[in-house]
Design a protein around this ligand. Structure first.
Ligand code: WT7
Length: 659
């Protein structure tokens, strides 16, 4: 955690009140109303959660809303449900059958118009989910089986998630930017029986092959019996090669047994809904496990309050379904609320930087939820792009993924929001499943760069290393002291790691891995990760994972990955590399190392910089001292206690190389 982040935040004292007009129509329209609901959520969680989730479809009611305590807290004990009923079926009888559930645009555009758009009503979504659920059953997928989804931003990704939920299977979405090895490891970790993918996706004017990546991953993933392939690219592209006996086209799968998916599998509240892999401080990704009722409750209630949804809204969360944001706020949260979701396949600058704004204008998006890294890119591309479009349909903006710098916040507010849209800066994590901190949009003022106040039921605190509470404005470790419905329940296949990663810093209290401070108004300011995990363009990247990819190169002896501040990405990834004797550092080696990371993990994790060194600074026990490397990567003098350093000259050399 760098101290300059602390001071720059401290100088931010602007406050932005919601307009009277927004406030008047908001679900929560004053700080008092927020406080009252917040109090209730803590004093009487059973009453709060029972009431707030009453509109979901429960087959049997919970006998106890909250039982046990972390790490073994349980929610909605005794209840049974099927998540797809709450997200789809319930809207068929509530008058929303013909309402659009998903409005989709493919990436290719011609003459300023999308080549393909699709709208799926709730009725149509239901039909598709039931048909795919039937296919999964016909292929032998049973309750509790794992299904890996390796897909891009197409409606079929949401359909596949919901179809898994319908048959009680556990989905694991792997972001389409992950490469063969990363995909293979995730398939093997959860022992998936089926993979659902597509032939390829359009991204930034290119075709990203996906089925071919699956084929290669499956060479070393033997649990997979069947692969369902959605043909996204169309007839102008290479024909899809299907492995006989293993692979089926989407349409053939759907024809297997169209009726078999009609009856949803009713599961216990704590039945697993999905696994989602995220980076931790060791090289192995963590399979964060979320449960049916708890996750749905968190996604459902937060969507309703944070985005203040109402009839007629078009909600666009720009996150990919491969990340948790896509799970909670593209699929489960909005659909369980019967909202209409905007879904876009491609890049924000395809074919030009005006794309997002054209989408908003074309469809009348009213709520936009995106990431600071995207906002900074928009700033750099210039405000002529948003200015060229009519953005007056927008009424609320959101931000997630990393701290938003006040400059970007104000730009977002002024240029995109026209000064009239509140901004909700939402803090949460893959593990928390849903938004934990936010300033509710109509309730009170926002402070640019602050993630605001706790959401209902959440008790965040800032603790010193010894577990005592930090004073106002004193930086410390961010913990969540209460159980919460949408919290992860374990790490798939590694419960010891679950306890170690989240409940060992402070016993029985969930440690987030973030540093934070709380100001005199009770607003939280997140200062970033304090473990060996970076946040690059809004996504967690484990340094250990990068390092293990780099040392996988035969010429590399040792490697340390660190972050340095970056204007656009928040953090940039720098790898320090020592080569084996006789290997030559230079542009070719650099390229080979970058390639290695792209190949093993994915292009999105490609380091921004490779620095060759003769040696890395280490303690006497051989631990690499990253804090020195962070200083050097950031162009600062390496400061702080160097007394445990084994060889001081190593540091001097690294610094000399810098100058
Ligand atoms: C980490 C979680 C939650 C979806 C996206 C990322 C950082 C997230 C904020 C925010 C400051 C934020 C934290 C957190 N983070 N949102 N509004 N302000 N920091 O999910 O990959 O699980 O990463 O992202 O460091 O711990 P994730």
């Amino acid at each position: 955690m760098s101290s300059d982040a602390l001071t720059s935040h401290l100088t931010e004292s602007r406050r932005f009140e919601p307009s009277a007009e927004f406030r008047e129509r908001a679900r929560v329209s004053s700080r008092e109303q927020y406080e009252a609901l917040y109090r209730e959520s803590l004093d009487d969680p059973s009453a709060f959660w029972a009431r707030e989730t009453r509109d979901l479809v429960w087959r049997t009611e919970a006998t106890a809303v909250m039982t046990g305590k972390p790490p073994r807290a349980d929610w909605f004990h005794g209840a049974s449900l099927n998540v797809s009923e709450s997200c789809v079926d319930r809207h068929l009888t509530s008058g929303a059958r013909h309402r659009a559930a998903i409005i989709w645009e493919g990436e290719p555009e011609a003459g300023g118009r999308p080549v393909e758009t699709r709208t799926l009503t709730y009725g149509e979504l239901h039909r598709e989910v039931v048909a795919l659920a039937g296919a999964l059953r016909a292929l032998g997928v049973e309750k509790g089986d794992r299904v890996i989804l390796y897909m891009g931003m197409v409606p079929e990704a949401a359909i596949a998630m919901l179809a898994c939920a319908r048959v009680g299977a556990v989905h694991g979405v792997v972001f389409g930017g992950f490469a063969v090895e990363a995909l293979r490891d995730r398939i093997n970790d959860c022992g998936a029986k089926v993979v659902i993918t597509q032939d390829g996706a359009f991204r930034r004017g290119n075709v990203v092959p996906m089925k071919a990546t699956v084929d290669r991953a499956l060479e070393e993933a033997k649990s997979v019996e069947k692969v369902i392939v959605f043909p996204r690219l169309g007839p102008a592209h290479a024909p899809i090669s299907l492995h006989p006996g293993r692979d089926l086209l989407w349409s053939d799968a759907l024809a297997l047994d169209p009726k078999a998916g009609a009856a949803p599998e009713i599961v216990d509240a704590s039945h697993p809904l999905f696994i989602l892999y995220t980076s931790g401080s060791t090289g192995k990704p963590k399979g964060v496990l979320h449960t049916a009722a708890g996750f749905l409750a968190g996604a459902h209630v937060s969507t309703r309050y944070v985005f203040d949804l109402r009839d007629g809204d078009l909600f666009w969360c720009t996150a990919d379904v491969g990340w948790v944001t896509g799970h909670s706020y593209v699929v489960y949260g909005p659909l369980s609320n019967g909202a209409t979701v905007m879904m876009y396949e491609g890049a924000p600058n395809a074919p030009d930087p005006g794309r997002f704004w054209r989408i908003i204008e074309r469809h009348g998006v009213s709520v936009l939820y995106t990431a600071p890294t995207a906002i900074r890119a928009f700033m750099r591309w210039g405000e002529q792009h948003p200015r060229a479009c009519d953005l007056s349909s927008l009424r609320l903006l959101g931000s997630v993924g990393e701290p938003i710098n006040p400059e970007a916040w104000v730009w977002y507010h002024t240029v995109i929001g026209g000064g009239r849209c509140p901004i909700v800066d939402t803090w949460w994590q893959t593990e928390t499943g849903s938004i934990m901190m936010v300033t509710l949009p109509g309730a009170t003022f926002a402070k640019p760069g602050s993630t605001g106040l706790p959401f209902f039921g959440v008790v965040p605190e800032v603790w010193r290393a010894d577990g005592t509470p930090a004073a106002p404005n004193e930086g410390g470790k961010l913990v969540l002291t209460r159980p919460y419905p949408s919290m992860l329940r374990t790490i798939w296949g590694d419960d010891a790691r679950y306890q170690q990663a989240y409940f060992s810093e402070f016993s029985d209290t969930y440690f987030t891995g973030d540093g934070a401070r709380r100001d005199e108004d009770g607003y939280f300011w997140v200062l970033g990760r304090i473990d060996d995990v970076l946040n690059i363009a809004g996504h967690r990247v484990g340094t250990a994972e990068i390092e293990s990819a780099v040392v996988g190169h035969p010429a590399v002896a040792e490697c340390a990955a660190v972050g340095r501040p970056d204007e656009l990405k928040g953090q940039a990834l720098v790898v320090f590399v020592t080569l084996k004797l006789g290997q030559e550092a230079g542009p070719a080696m650099r390229e080979a190392i970058l390639e290695q990371v792209s190949r093993d993990i994915g292009k999105f994790a490609r380091p921004d910089e490779v620095r060759f060194a003769d040696a890395l600074p280490k303690t006497r026990s051989g631990k690499i001292m990253r804090r020195f490397l962070k200083d050097i990567a950031a162009g600062r003098a390496a400061t702080g206690d160097a007394s445990t350093l084994e060889d001081l000259s190593v540091l001097a050399k690294l610094q000399a190389a810098e100058e």
